[in-house]
Design a binder for this molecule. Sequence first.
Ligand SMILES: Nc1nc2c(ncn2[C@@H]2O[C@H](COP(=O)(O)OP(=O)(O)O)[C@@H](O)[C@H]2O)c(=O)[nH]1
Ligand SMILES: [Mg+2]
Length: 433
Amino acid sequence: MAPLTPAQPAAVIVLRLSGDVLPLLKYLSLSASRLTPRKATRATFVSSYNPLITDDVLVVYYKAPNSYTGEDVLEVSFHGNPLIVNTAMMDFTNAGVRVAEAGEFTRRAYLNGKLTLTQAEGVNSIIRATTDVGVKAAGRVLYGELDTIFHDIRTSLIDSLAEVEAVIDFSEELDTPKHIELLARVEAVKERLIGLLDSYDGLKRAVNGVRVVIAGAPNAGKSTLFNKLLGKQRAIVSDEAGTTRDVLSEAINIQGLALSLSDTAGLRQSESAAEREGVRRAADEVVAADLTLILIDLNVQNVSRETLELVENSKAKVIVGTKADLERKSPYKTDVDISADDAGSLNKLKELLVSRARLLLPPDDTLPALLADSQRVECQLALEELGGINEYISLDKQAFHLRSAVGALDRTVSANVAEETLDKLFSKFCIGK
Ligand SMILES: Nc1nc2c(ncn2[C@@H]2O[C@H](COP(=O)(O)OP(=O)(O)O)[C@@H](O)[C@H]2O)c(=O)[nH]1
Ligand SMILES: [Mg+2]
Protein backbone atom coordinates (compact mmCIF):
# COMPACT_ATOMS: atom_id res chain seq x y z
CA MET A 1 0.00 0.00 0.00
CA ALA A 2 1.01 3.62 -0.49
CA PRO A 3 -0.68 6.98 -0.82
CA LEU A 4 -0.82 8.00 -4.50
CA THR A 5 -0.93 11.66 -3.59
CA PRO A 6 1.43 13.46 -1.17
CA ALA A 7 0.23 12.82 2.40
CA GLN A 8 -0.42 16.45 3.25
CA PRO A 9 -3.68 18.36 3.68
CA ALA A 10 -5.43 18.23 0.31
CA ALA A 11 -8.91 17.82 -1.13
CA VAL A 12 -8.47 14.04 -1.14
CA ILE A 13 -5.70 11.58 -0.42
CA VAL A 14 -5.86 8.34 -2.39
CA LEU A 15 -4.42 5.19 -0.84
CA ARG A 16 -3.60 2.37 -3.24
CA LEU A 17 -3.54 -1.23 -1.99
CA SER A 18 -2.29 -3.97 -4.31
CA GLY A 19 -2.28 -7.75 -3.85
CA ASP A 20 -4.61 -9.76 -1.65
CA VAL A 21 -6.93 -6.84 -0.96
CA LEU A 22 -10.42 -8.31 -0.61
CA PRO A 23 -9.96 -9.30 3.10
CA LEU A 24 -9.29 -5.60 3.81
CA LEU A 25 -12.83 -4.60 2.77
CA LYS A 26 -14.02 -5.22 6.32
CA TYR A 27 -12.22 -2.02 7.39
CA LEU A 28 -14.41 -0.19 4.91
CA SER A 29 -17.65 -1.89 6.03
CA LEU A 30 -17.89 -3.37 2.55
CA SER A 31 -18.39 -6.83 1.14
CA ALA A 32 -16.87 -7.89 -2.18
CA SER A 33 -20.35 -8.46 -3.62
CA ARG A 34 -21.07 -4.71 -3.41
CA LEU A 35 -18.10 -3.85 -5.62
CA THR A 36 -18.16 -3.61 -9.40
CA PRO A 37 -14.66 -3.41 -10.89
CA ARG A 38 -13.69 0.12 -11.96
CA LYS A 39 -16.85 1.66 -10.47
CA ALA A 40 -16.61 3.97 -7.48
CA THR A 41 -18.48 2.71 -4.38
CA ARG A 42 -19.17 4.83 -1.35
CA ALA A 43 -18.12 3.28 1.95
CA THR A 44 -17.30 4.08 5.55
CA PHE A 45 -13.89 3.66 7.04
CA VAL A 46 -13.89 2.94 10.76
CA SER A 47 -10.52 2.49 12.36
CA SER A 48 -10.08 -0.46 14.72
CA TYR A 49 -6.82 1.10 15.78
CA ASN A 50 -8.49 4.34 16.88
CA PRO A 51 -12.32 4.20 16.70
CA LEU A 52 -12.51 8.00 16.91
CA ILE A 53 -11.25 8.08 13.33
CA THR A 54 -13.91 7.37 10.77
CA ASP A 55 -14.32 8.70 7.24
CA ASP A 56 -16.71 8.65 4.36
CA VAL A 57 -14.61 7.24 1.49
CA LEU A 58 -14.84 6.26 -2.16
CA VAL A 59 -13.50 2.86 -3.12
CA VAL A 60 -12.56 1.71 -6.60
CA TYR A 61 -11.75 -1.96 -7.13
CA TYR A 62 -9.60 -3.10 -10.06
CA LYS A 63 -9.77 -6.85 -10.57
CA ALA A 64 -6.56 -8.65 -11.61
CA PRO A 65 -5.18 -8.56 -14.22
CA ASN A 66 -6.96 -5.35 -15.26
CA SER A 67 -5.19 -2.99 -12.88
CA TYR A 68 -2.05 -0.84 -12.90
CA THR A 69 0.02 -3.53 -11.16
CA GLY A 70 -1.74 -6.49 -12.75
CA GLU A 71 -2.84 -7.62 -9.26
CA ASP A 72 -6.12 -7.00 -7.41
CA VAL A 73 -6.06 -3.31 -6.49
CA LEU A 74 -8.16 -1.12 -4.21
CA GLU A 75 -7.91 2.65 -4.44
CA VAL A 76 -9.51 4.39 -1.48
CA SER A 77 -10.11 8.15 -1.62
CA PHE A 78 -10.14 9.63 1.87
CA HIS A 79 -10.88 13.19 2.88
CA GLY A 80 -7.47 14.77 2.52
CA ASN A 81 -6.36 14.74 6.15
CA PRO A 82 -3.07 12.90 6.69
CA LEU A 83 -4.21 11.94 10.22
CA ILE A 84 -7.07 9.89 8.76
CA VAL A 85 -4.90 8.25 6.10
CA ASN A 86 -2.05 7.51 8.51
CA THR A 87 -4.52 5.88 10.90
CA ALA A 88 -5.94 3.80 8.06
CA MET A 89 -2.41 2.74 7.18
CA MET A 90 -1.90 1.63 10.81
CA ASP A 91 -5.03 -0.50 10.54
CA PHE A 92 -3.85 -2.06 7.31
CA THR A 93 -0.37 -2.62 8.74
CA ASN A 94 -1.93 -4.52 11.63
CA ALA A 95 -3.69 -6.62 9.00
CA GLY A 96 -0.29 -7.54 7.52
CA VAL A 97 -0.09 -4.98 4.71
CA ARG A 98 3.24 -3.26 4.14
CA VAL A 99 4.09 0.16 2.73
CA ALA A 100 5.24 -0.03 -0.90
CA GLU A 101 8.80 0.89 -1.82
CA ALA A 102 9.53 3.69 -4.30
CA GLY A 103 8.35 2.58 -7.74
CA GLU A 104 7.11 -0.77 -6.43
CA PHE A 105 3.69 -0.56 -8.10
CA THR A 106 5.34 0.09 -11.45
CA ARG A 107 7.89 -2.66 -10.78
CA ARG A 108 5.04 -5.12 -10.19
CA ALA A 109 3.35 -3.84 -13.32
CA TYR A 110 6.54 -4.64 -15.21
CA LEU A 111 6.94 -8.08 -13.59
CA ASN A 112 3.31 -8.87 -14.42
CA GLY A 113 3.82 -7.88 -18.05
CA LYS A 114 1.63 -4.74 -17.90
CA LEU A 115 4.38 -2.55 -19.30
CA THR A 116 7.92 -2.88 -20.58
CA LEU A 117 11.01 -1.50 -18.86
CA THR A 118 11.19 1.19 -21.50
CA GLN A 119 7.62 2.18 -20.73
CA ALA A 120 8.44 2.20 -17.01
CA GLU A 121 11.14 4.79 -17.77
CA GLY A 122 8.49 6.71 -19.67
CA VAL A 123 6.20 6.67 -16.61
CA ASN A 124 8.92 8.15 -14.41
CA SER A 125 9.94 10.71 -16.99
CA ILE A 126 6.42 11.92 -17.71
CA ILE A 127 5.96 12.59 -14.00
CA ARG A 128 9.27 14.40 -13.70
CA ALA A 129 9.50 16.22 -17.03
CA THR A 130 9.99 19.94 -16.48
CA THR A 131 9.39 21.10 -20.06
CA ASP A 132 6.58 20.71 -22.57
CA VAL A 133 8.77 18.82 -25.06
CA GLY A 134 9.84 16.54 -22.19
CA VAL A 135 6.23 15.62 -21.41
CA LYS A 136 5.54 14.92 -25.07
CA ALA A 137 8.65 12.78 -25.61
CA ALA A 138 8.14 10.83 -22.38
CA GLY A 139 4.52 10.24 -23.39
CA ARG A 140 5.60 8.74 -26.70
CA VAL A 141 7.93 6.37 -24.83
CA LEU A 142 5.17 5.53 -22.36
CA TYR A 143 2.80 4.61 -25.18
CA GLY A 144 5.35 2.15 -26.54
CA GLU A 145 6.84 3.97 -29.54
CA LEU A 146 10.41 3.41 -28.36
CA ASP A 147 9.69 -0.30 -27.84
CA THR A 148 8.48 -0.46 -31.43
CA ILE A 149 11.74 1.10 -32.63
CA PHE A 150 13.82 -1.35 -30.57
CA HIS A 151 11.69 -4.21 -31.84
CA ASP A 152 12.20 -3.17 -35.49
CA ILE A 153 15.94 -2.81 -35.00
CA ARG A 154 16.19 -6.16 -33.28
CA THR A 155 14.12 -7.92 -35.95
CA SER A 156 16.29 -6.50 -38.67
CA LEU A 157 19.46 -7.70 -36.93
CA ILE A 158 18.03 -11.15 -36.16
CA ASP A 159 17.01 -11.60 -39.81
CA SER A 160 20.49 -10.63 -40.96
CA LEU A 161 22.05 -12.99 -38.43
CA ALA A 162 19.83 -15.88 -39.54
CA GLU A 163 20.84 -15.28 -43.14
CA VAL A 164 24.56 -15.22 -42.36
CA GLU A 165 24.32 -18.29 -40.12
CA ALA A 166 22.43 -20.27 -42.76
CA VAL A 167 25.17 -19.59 -45.29
CA ILE A 168 27.87 -20.51 -42.76
CA ASP A 169 26.08 -23.79 -41.93
CA PHE A 170 26.16 -24.85 -45.57
CA SER A 171 29.76 -23.64 -45.89
CA GLU A 172 28.77 -21.48 -48.79
CA GLU A 173 29.57 -17.92 -49.70
CA LEU A 174 26.97 -15.18 -49.51
CA ASP A 175 26.32 -14.09 -53.10
CA THR A 176 27.20 -10.49 -53.83
CA PRO A 177 23.72 -8.90 -54.21
CA LYS A 178 22.64 -10.53 -50.95
CA HIS A 179 25.76 -9.36 -49.21
CA ILE A 180 25.22 -5.79 -50.39
CA GLU A 181 21.65 -5.95 -49.13
CA LEU A 182 22.83 -7.20 -45.76
CA LEU A 183 25.39 -4.44 -45.38
CA ALA A 184 22.76 -1.87 -46.35
CA ARG A 185 20.45 -3.23 -43.66
CA VAL A 186 23.22 -2.97 -41.07
CA GLU A 187 23.86 0.64 -42.19
CA ALA A 188 20.18 1.48 -41.78
CA VAL A 189 20.18 0.08 -38.24
CA LYS A 190 23.33 2.06 -37.45
CA GLU A 191 21.61 5.25 -38.57
CA ARG A 192 18.61 4.59 -36.37
CA LEU A 193 20.89 3.94 -33.40
CA ILE A 194 22.83 7.13 -34.10
CA GLY A 195 19.53 9.03 -34.26
CA LEU A 196 18.50 7.63 -30.88
CA LEU A 197 21.88 8.38 -29.32
CA ASP A 198 21.92 11.92 -30.72
CA SER A 199 18.57 12.64 -29.16
CA TYR A 200 19.62 11.42 -25.71
CA ASP A 201 21.19 14.63 -24.39
CA GLY A 202 18.39 16.79 -25.74
CA LEU A 203 15.76 14.55 -24.21
CA LYS A 204 17.54 14.47 -20.89
CA ARG A 205 17.47 18.26 -20.84
CA ALA A 206 13.81 18.23 -21.87
CA VAL A 207 13.01 16.02 -18.87
CA ASN A 208 15.36 17.48 -16.26
CA GLY A 209 15.46 21.08 -17.47
CA VAL A 210 18.39 22.88 -19.09
CA ARG A 211 21.30 23.36 -16.68
CA VAL A 212 22.58 26.91 -16.75
CA VAL A 213 25.62 28.02 -14.76
CA ILE A 214 26.72 31.58 -13.99
CA ALA A 215 30.50 31.83 -13.98
CA GLY A 216 33.22 34.45 -14.21
CA ALA A 217 35.75 36.39 -12.16
CA PRO A 218 35.16 37.31 -8.50
CA ASN A 219 32.99 40.43 -8.12
CA ALA A 220 31.76 40.27 -11.72
CA GLY A 221 28.19 40.38 -10.39
CA LYS A 222 27.33 36.68 -10.58
CA SER A 223 25.42 36.44 -7.30
CA THR A 224 23.62 39.70 -8.06
CA LEU A 225 22.41 38.29 -11.40
CA PHE A 226 21.50 34.94 -9.79
CA ASN A 227 19.29 36.75 -7.26
CA LYS A 228 17.74 38.95 -9.95
CA LEU A 229 16.84 35.97 -12.13
CA LEU A 230 15.37 34.12 -9.13
CA GLY A 231 13.55 37.19 -7.93
CA LYS A 232 14.81 36.72 -4.36
CA GLN A 233 17.94 37.32 -2.29
CA ARG A 234 19.20 33.74 -2.36
CA ALA A 235 22.96 34.32 -2.63
CA ILE A 236 25.06 36.73 -0.56
CA VAL A 237 26.15 39.75 -2.59
CA SER A 238 29.22 41.63 -1.40
CA ASP A 239 31.99 43.78 -2.79
CA GLU A 240 34.39 41.46 -0.98
CA ALA A 241 35.87 39.16 -3.67
CA GLY A 242 35.53 35.41 -3.02
CA THR A 243 32.21 35.56 -1.09
CA THR A 244 30.46 32.72 -2.92
CA ARG A 245 32.03 29.31 -2.43
CA ASP A 246 29.35 26.64 -2.47
CA VAL A 247 27.50 26.07 -5.71
CA LEU A 248 23.94 27.33 -5.25
CA SER A 249 21.34 25.78 -7.55
CA GLU A 250 17.69 26.67 -7.97
CA ALA A 251 14.99 25.65 -10.40
CA ILE A 252 13.52 28.62 -12.23
CA ASN A 253 11.04 29.18 -14.96
CA ILE A 254 11.71 31.93 -17.47
CA GLN A 255 9.04 32.59 -20.09
CA GLY A 256 7.63 29.08 -19.58
CA LEU A 257 10.97 27.34 -19.89
CA ALA A 258 12.25 25.33 -16.92
CA LEU A 259 15.89 25.89 -16.12
CA SER A 260 18.17 24.85 -13.31
CA LEU A 261 20.33 27.86 -12.50
CA SER A 262 23.58 27.75 -10.50
CA ASP A 263 25.70 30.48 -8.95
CA THR A 264 29.37 29.63 -8.48
CA ALA A 265 32.55 30.90 -6.89
CA GLY A 266 34.55 33.44 -8.90
CA LEU A 267 37.39 31.85 -10.83
CA ARG A 268 40.82 32.87 -9.54
CA GLN A 269 43.90 31.50 -7.79
CA SER A 270 43.33 31.74 -4.06
CA GLU A 271 45.30 31.34 -0.85
CA SER A 272 42.23 30.08 1.00
CA ALA A 273 41.63 26.32 0.89
CA ALA A 274 37.86 26.81 1.14
CA GLU A 275 37.84 29.24 -1.77
CA ARG A 276 40.04 26.89 -3.84
CA GLU A 277 37.48 24.13 -3.23
CA GLY A 278 34.77 26.58 -4.32
CA VAL A 279 36.65 27.29 -7.55
CA ARG A 280 37.08 23.54 -8.16
CA ARG A 281 33.33 23.01 -7.68
CA ALA A 282 32.60 25.91 -9.99
CA ALA A 283 34.71 24.24 -12.68
CA ASP A 284 32.84 20.94 -12.22
CA GLU A 285 29.53 22.76 -12.47
CA VAL A 286 30.60 24.39 -15.73
CA VAL A 287 31.51 20.98 -17.18
CA ALA A 288 28.14 19.50 -16.17
CA ALA A 289 26.13 22.50 -17.36
CA ASP A 290 24.40 22.72 -20.73
CA LEU A 291 24.84 26.47 -21.02
CA THR A 292 27.29 28.86 -19.34
CA LEU A 293 26.62 32.53 -18.67
CA ILE A 294 30.10 34.05 -18.61
CA LEU A 295 30.07 37.36 -16.76
CA ILE A 296 32.57 40.07 -17.61
CA ASP A 297 32.75 43.24 -15.48
CA LEU A 298 32.73 46.07 -18.04
CA ASN A 299 34.08 48.43 -15.40
CA VAL A 300 37.34 46.45 -15.29
CA GLN A 301 39.83 46.88 -18.10
CA ASN A 302 41.38 43.44 -18.25
CA VAL A 303 39.66 40.10 -18.53
CA SER A 304 41.29 37.50 -16.28
CA ARG A 305 43.12 34.50 -17.70
CA GLU A 306 40.63 32.17 -15.96
CA THR A 307 37.71 33.91 -17.67
CA LEU A 308 39.39 33.71 -21.08
CA GLU A 309 39.95 29.98 -20.56
CA LEU A 310 36.30 29.63 -19.63
CA VAL A 311 35.25 31.35 -22.86
CA GLU A 312 37.59 29.04 -24.76
CA ASN A 313 36.34 25.84 -23.13
CA SER A 314 32.58 26.36 -22.87
CA LYS A 315 30.54 24.93 -25.70
CA ALA A 316 27.23 26.70 -25.30
CA LYS A 317 27.71 30.13 -23.74
CA VAL A 318 26.36 33.64 -23.48
CA ILE A 319 28.91 36.36 -22.75
CA VAL A 320 27.33 38.91 -20.46
CA GLY A 321 28.86 42.33 -19.78
CA THR A 322 27.92 43.49 -16.26
CA LYS A 323 27.74 46.84 -14.45
CA ALA A 324 26.79 48.65 -17.66
CA ASP A 325 25.75 51.58 -15.47
CA LEU A 326 29.39 52.28 -14.62
CA GLU A 327 32.11 53.62 -16.88
CA ARG A 328 32.97 51.12 -19.60
CA LYS A 329 36.65 50.27 -19.34
CA SER A 330 36.60 46.84 -20.96
CA PRO A 331 37.00 46.57 -24.75
CA TYR A 332 35.84 42.95 -24.62
CA LYS A 333 33.05 41.98 -27.04
CA THR A 334 29.94 40.70 -25.27
CA ASP A 335 26.60 39.20 -26.39
CA VAL A 336 24.50 41.31 -24.07
CA ASP A 337 25.19 43.97 -21.44
CA ILE A 338 23.29 44.29 -18.18
CA SER A 339 23.02 46.47 -15.19
CA ALA A 340 21.48 44.98 -12.05
CA ASP A 341 18.99 47.81 -11.62
CA ASP A 342 17.97 48.12 -15.27
CA ALA A 343 15.02 45.77 -15.83
CA GLY A 344 15.16 46.34 -19.59
CA SER A 345 18.71 45.00 -19.82
CA LEU A 346 17.80 41.99 -17.67
CA ASN A 347 14.85 41.23 -19.93
CA LYS A 348 17.12 41.27 -22.97
CA LEU A 349 19.38 38.77 -21.22
CA LYS A 350 16.38 36.58 -20.32
CA GLU A 351 15.24 36.54 -23.95
CA LEU A 352 18.68 35.57 -25.16
CA LEU A 353 18.99 32.93 -22.43
CA VAL A 354 15.65 31.34 -23.31
CA SER A 355 16.34 31.31 -27.04
CA ARG A 356 19.78 29.72 -26.52
CA ALA A 357 18.37 27.17 -24.05
CA ARG A 358 15.57 26.27 -26.48
CA LEU A 359 18.20 25.40 -29.08
CA LEU A 360 19.48 22.76 -26.67
CA LEU A 361 16.08 21.07 -26.46
CA PRO A 362 14.88 18.61 -29.07
CA PRO A 363 12.30 19.95 -31.55
CA ASP A 364 8.75 19.12 -30.46
CA ASP A 365 8.25 16.66 -33.33
CA THR A 366 11.18 14.66 -32.05
CA LEU A 367 11.12 10.87 -32.14
CA PRO A 368 10.59 9.04 -28.90
CA ALA A 369 14.12 8.83 -27.65
CA LEU A 370 16.26 7.12 -25.08
CA LEU A 371 15.47 8.21 -21.56
CA ALA A 372 17.73 5.92 -19.53
CA ASP A 373 21.49 6.04 -19.31
CA SER A 374 21.60 2.21 -19.39
CA GLN A 375 19.82 2.29 -22.76
CA ARG A 376 22.32 4.82 -24.04
CA VAL A 377 25.24 2.61 -23.00
CA GLU A 378 23.79 -0.53 -24.63
CA CYS A 379 22.85 1.29 -27.85
CA GLN A 380 26.39 2.66 -28.01
CA LEU A 381 27.75 -0.88 -27.61
CA ALA A 382 25.41 -2.21 -30.29
CA LEU A 383 26.56 0.57 -32.60
CA GLU A 384 30.22 -0.26 -31.99
CA GLU A 385 29.59 -3.93 -32.77
CA LEU A 386 27.84 -3.03 -36.01
CA GLY A 387 30.67 -0.66 -36.84
CA GLY A 388 32.95 -3.74 -36.97
CA ILE A 389 30.95 -5.25 -39.85
CA ASN A 390 32.19 -4.78 -43.40
CA GLU A 391 32.58 -6.82 -46.59
CA TYR A 392 36.21 -7.70 -45.85
CA ILE A 393 35.72 -9.71 -42.67
CA SER A 394 34.69 -13.36 -42.57
CA LEU A 395 31.05 -14.36 -42.29
CA ASP A 396 31.85 -15.90 -38.89
CA LYS A 397 33.04 -12.53 -37.66
CA GLN A 398 30.01 -10.79 -39.12
CA ALA A 399 27.75 -13.24 -37.29
CA PHE A 400 29.68 -12.61 -34.08
CA HIS A 401 29.20 -8.83 -34.31
CA LEU A 402 25.51 -9.18 -35.15
CA ARG A 403 24.98 -11.53 -32.21
CA SER A 404 26.77 -9.14 -29.83
CA ALA A 405 24.68 -6.21 -31.07
CA VAL A 406 21.47 -8.17 -30.50
CA GLY A 407 22.76 -9.09 -27.04
CA ALA A 408 23.30 -5.42 -26.16
CA LEU A 409 19.77 -4.49 -27.27
CA ASP A 410 18.34 -7.43 -25.35
CA ARG A 411 19.94 -6.20 -22.14
CA THR A 412 17.84 -3.06 -22.33
CA VAL A 413 14.52 -4.48 -23.44
CA SER A 414 14.35 -8.19 -22.67
CA ALA A 415 12.12 -9.74 -20.06
CA ASN A 416 15.00 -11.13 -17.96
CA VAL A 417 16.71 -8.00 -16.81
CA ALA A 418 19.07 -8.34 -13.85
CA GLU A 419 17.68 -7.61 -10.38
CA GLU A 420 20.18 -4.75 -9.80
CA THR A 421 19.12 -3.04 -13.02
CA LEU A 422 15.53 -3.12 -11.76
CA ASP A 423 16.57 -1.83 -8.31
CA LYS A 424 18.43 1.03 -9.93
CA LEU A 425 15.60 1.94 -12.27
CA PHE A 426 12.77 1.83 -9.75
CA SER A 427 14.67 3.57 -6.94
CA LYS A 428 14.37 6.75 -9.03
CA PHE A 429 10.59 6.58 -8.75
CA CYS A 430 8.54 8.19 -6.04
CA ILE A 431 6.61 6.29 -3.37
CA GLY A 432 3.15 5.45 -4.61
CA LYS A 433 4.15 5.10 -8.28
N1 LIG B 1 27.19 49.39 -10.19
C1 LIG B 1 26.88 48.11 -10.22
N2 LIG B 1 27.33 47.27 -9.26
C2 LIG B 1 27.01 45.98 -9.31
C3 LIG B 1 26.20 45.45 -10.36
N3 LIG B 1 26.06 44.13 -10.15
C4 LIG B 1 26.75 43.82 -9.04
N4 LIG B 1 27.33 44.92 -8.52
C5 LIG B 1 28.16 45.01 -7.31
O1 LIG B 1 29.35 44.27 -7.50
C6 LIG B 1 29.76 43.67 -6.28
C7 LIG B 1 29.96 42.19 -6.48
O2 LIG B 1 28.70 41.59 -6.76
P1 LIG B 1 28.42 40.02 -6.55
O3 LIG B 1 27.09 39.76 -7.14
O4 LIG B 1 28.64 39.63 -5.13
O5 LIG B 1 29.57 39.45 -7.47
P2 LIG B 1 30.11 37.92 -7.58
O6 LIG B 1 31.35 37.86 -6.77
O7 LIG B 1 30.41 37.75 -9.03
O8 LIG B 1 29.03 37.01 -7.08
C8 LIG B 1 28.69 44.00 -5.26
O9 LIG B 1 29.12 45.10 -4.49
C9 LIG B 1 27.49 44.37 -6.11
O10 LIG B 1 26.63 45.26 -5.47
C10 LIG B 1 25.71 46.36 -11.37
O11 LIG B 1 25.01 46.03 -12.30
N5 LIG B 1 26.09 47.67 -11.25
MG1 LIG C 1 29.11 35.61 -5.66
